[in-house]
Design a protein around this ligand. Structure first.
Ligand SMILES: Cc1cc2nc3c(=O)[nH]c(=O)nc-3n(C[C@H](O)[C@H](O)[C@H](O)COP(=O)(O)O)c2cc1C
Length: 209
């Protein structure tokens, strides 16, 4: 099946959103933990985390357009900090439920039963039940002209990862950490096996590790 730009534009908006949200391939599943300046906690699932660079360690998040009703964005801009917490198989249902439009005065932690975990000196809650938890400091915020989405660039200032998932070369075994992947807006995947490849070099054939 082939679809051109006009055919994609003509799709019913929900079908188009489901289709286009599948096109970038498998994505990460993170719970973004924030608190308002008054201390009201908020949690939202997001699949748009992108690696921007390792030194400094930067991750970007794409947040949908909208003003103050985007609680995550407002809290990040107000406090300058947020947490990213990998979703694992045990918390998929609660994690997904955080996408519901709760009012600003309701906390998705209370609504879903997930537990806020506070680190001293860090003004955003992490998720106790997540095995990979990152504390992020806002470094840059850009409202993209093309569609009004927000690129939120943060530096990893805290990283809590399970020791058994921390490989000797520094990489994380996300399967051992139990992290799941997302496709589209509703499908959660557990890794069904993996293949590790050595650093690619022009004069060497592909080698498995
Ligand atoms: C699987 C999934 C992935 C999502 N990814 C994003 C995302 O990357 N960026 C975004 O702005 N919203 C994303 N959403 C929608 C937010 O979770 C949803 O708008 C949520 O209500 C935002 O909460 P807030 O208003 O408290 O910030 C996603 C929803 C689902 C179900």
């Amino acid at each position: 099946m082939k679809l051109n730009a006009a055919e994609i534009a003509d799709m019913d908006s929900r079908r188009r959103a489901a289709f286009v949200n599948s096109l970038s391939g498998f994505k990460s599943a993170n719970l973004v933990g924030t608190a308002s300046s008054e201390g009201q906690t908020n949690l939202a699932i997001m699949s748009s985390t992108v690696h921007l660079g390792s030194h400094p360690p930067l991750l970007a998040l794409v947040v949908r357009p909208g003003g103050d009703e985007r609680h995550t964005l407002k809290n990040i801009l107000d406090t300058g900090v947020y947490s990213l917490n990998h979703v694992n198989a045990e918390i998929v249902e609660q994690a997904h439920q955080t996408a519901a439009r709760y009012p600003a005065q309701a906390s998705e932690f209370d609504a879903t039963g997930l537990t806020p975990l506070w680190q001293s000196g860090f003004a955003a809650p992490m998720v106790l039940e997540a095995s990979v938890k990152l504390g992020m400091q806002l470094r840059e915020h850009i409202e993209l002209k093309i569609n009004g989405t927000h690129l939120v660039i943060g530096e990893v200032v805290l990283a809590e990862v399970p020791s058994l998932a921390f490989r000797s070369d520094g990489s994380l075994d996300l399967e051992a950490a139990g992290s799941v992947a997302l496709s589209g807006l509703d499908t959660y995947h557990q890794s069904a096996g993996s293949k590790r490849m050595a650093y690619a070099k022009p004069n060497m054939p592909p080698r498995q590790l």
